[in-house]
Design a protein around this ligand. Structure first.
Ligand SMILES: CC(=O)CC(=O)SCCNC(=O)CCNC(=O)[C@H](O)C(C)(C)COP(=O)(O)OP(=O)(O)OC[C@H]1O[C@@H](n2cnc3c(N)ncnc32)[C@H](O)[C@@H]1OP(=O)(O)O
Ligand SMILES: NC(=O)C1=CN([C@@H]2O[C@H](COP(=O)(O)OP(=O)(O)OC[C@H]3O[C@@H](n4cnc5c(N)ncnc54)[C@H](OP(=O)(O)O)[C@@H]3O)[C@@H](O)[C@H]2O)C=CC1
Length: 292
C-alpha cells in the first residue's frame, strides 16, 4: 500500500481540529472538511491558538507552528478530499449522518484510499458496509484533547485487511500516539468503561446523592481523576455522551447501560456542555458555575 501523505478530516469540531493539528505537526498534509465555512474558520483559529499555546510552553518551535499551519487547507466541499490517501471521519456521533457522509465520500475518493472513522461507539463493521471498500475501512479512535492524550484505539471491522491495519498503525505511531487494539464491540474499550462511570455520576446527581460540586470534588480528590465526571461529560459533549450510552444500551441489551433521564433532558434542552456554554456547569461567566 502506498505511503500516507495527505490526510482528509471530515468535521472540524473539537476532535476534527485536534486531529488536523497533530497530523500537520507530524508532517502530513491535511485537508479539513466541514459543511460550514464559518465552522472551518473557527476551527483554523482554534488550531492556531492551540499551536501558539504549545509554542508558549516551549513544547514546539515557532517554525513548527508556522509549518503546521501551511500544511492544513480547508474545504467546504467533499471534492476537496479527492486526492487524500486516508480520510478520517469525525462528524457528529449519529449513525445516519456518518452513513450519508461515507456514501458521498466514496463517490469522490480515489479507490486505493483508506477510510477511517473516529466514532466513539458505533460498529465499524456496520459503517464499513456502507462504503465501496470495507476491507480499506478501520476505526481510529483518538481521545480528547487530541494534542494531549497519548492513546488511539484501533478497531478492525470484520472485513478490514492487514494492509489497512498496518497503514493505520503506522499513521497513528507517526502522530506520536500509543495504540490499544479493540475488538468491534459497542463503545470499544475506553468508552465501555468510562461512559457508564459518567452515566452513574449523572444518576448520582439525579437521585440527589450529591450536587455537581460534591460529585466532581469526590472523584477528583478521592480518586485522583484529572477532571470530575460531570466536568468531563461537559468536556466530551453531552450529545456525544448520550449517543454512546444509547449505542451501549441497544448494542448490549443490558439495562445497566440505560442513559440517565437527566442526561436525556439536558440534551433535549440543547445543554450540551462546554460547546454550547451550558451543561452541568454554566460557562458564560469568567469561570464555570455548577448548575445544580
Ligand atoms: C468520548 C470519547 O470518545 C473518548 C474520549 O476522548 S474520553 C475523554 C478522555 N479525556 C480525558 O479523560 C481528559 C481528562 N482531563 C485531563 O486529562 C486534563 O484535565 C487535561 C489534559 C484536559 C487538561 O489538563 P490541566 O492540567 O487541567 O490543564 P492545563 O495545565 O491547562 O493543560 C495541560 C496540557 O494540556 C493542554 N491542553 C489542555 N486543554 C487542551 C485542549 N482543549 N486542546 C489542546 N491542548 C490542551 C495544555 O496546553 C497543556 O499542555 P502542556 O502539558 O504541553 O503544557
Ligand atoms: N468529544 C469527544 O470527547 C470525542 C468524540 N469522538 C467522536 O468524534 C466525533 C466528533 O466529535 P466532536 O468533535 O466532539 O463533535 P463536535 O460536535 O465538536 O463536532 C462535530 C463536527 O461535525 C460537523 N458536522 C455535522 N454534520 C456534518 C456533516 N454531514 N459533514 C461534515 N461535518 C459535519 C459539525 O458541524 P455543525 O456543528 O455545523 O453541525 C461539527 O463541526 C464523534 O463521532 C464523537 O463520538 C471521539 C473521541 C472523543
Amino acid at each position: 500500500m502506498a505511503a500516507i501523505k495527505t490526510v482528509g478530516v471530515i468535521g472540524s469540531g473539537q476532535m476534527g481540529n485536534g486531529i488536523a493539528h497533530v497530523a500537520a505537526l507530524a508532517g502530513f498534509n491535511v485537508v479539513l472538511y466541514d459543511v460550514s465555512a464559518d465552522r472551518l474558520k473557527s476551527a483554523m483559529a482554534t488550531i492556531n491558538g492551540n499551536l501558539s499555546r504549545q509554542v508558549a510552553k516551549k513544547t514546539i518551535t515557532e517554525d513548527a507552528h508556522k509549518k503546521a499551519l501551511t500544511r492544513i487547507t480547508s474545504s467546504d466541499s467533499l471534492d476537496g478530499l479527492a486526492a487524500c490517501d486516508l480520510v478520517i471521519e469525525t462528524a457528529v456521533e449519529k449513525e445516519e449522518i456518518k452513513r450519508k457522509i461515507f456514501h458521498d465520500l466514496c463517490a469522490v475518493l480515489k479507490p486505493e484510499a483508506i477510510i477511517a472513522s473516529n466514532t466513539s461507539s458505533i460498529s465499524i463493521t456496520r459503517l464499513a458496509a456502507t462504503t465501496d471498500r470495507p476491507e480499506k475501512f478501520i476505526g481510529i479512535h483518538f481521545m480528547n484533547p487530541v494534542p494531549v492524550m497519548e492513546l488511539a484505539e484501533l478497531i478492525r471491522g470484520i472485513a478490514t485487511d492487514d494492509a489497512t491495519f498496518d497503514a493505520a498503525r503506522e499513521f497513528v505511531t507517526a502522530m506520536g500516539k500509543q495504540i490499544a487494539v479493540s475488538e468491534d464491540f459497542p463503545a470499544f474499550i475506553v468508552n465501555r468503561i468510562l461512559l457508564p462511570m459518567i452515566n452513574e455520576a449523572i444518576y448520582t446527581l439525579y437521585e440527589g446523592v450529591g450536587n455537581v460540586e460534591a460529585i466532581d470534588a469526590a472523584m477528583k480528590l478521592g480518586a485522583h481523576h484529572p477532571m470530575g465526571p460531570l466536568e468531563l461529560a461537559d468536556f466530551i459533549g453531552l450529545d456525544t455522551c448520550l449517543s454512546i450510552m444509547q449505542v451501549l444500551h441497544e448494542g448490549l441489551a443490558d439495562s445497566k447501560y440505560r442513559p440517565c433521564p437527566l442526561l436525556v433532558k439536558y440534551v433535549e434542552a440543547g445543554w450540551l456542555g462546554r460547546k454550547s456554554q451550558r451543561g452541568f456547569y454554566d460557562y458564560r461567566g469568567d469561570k464555570p458555575v455548577p448548575t445544580r
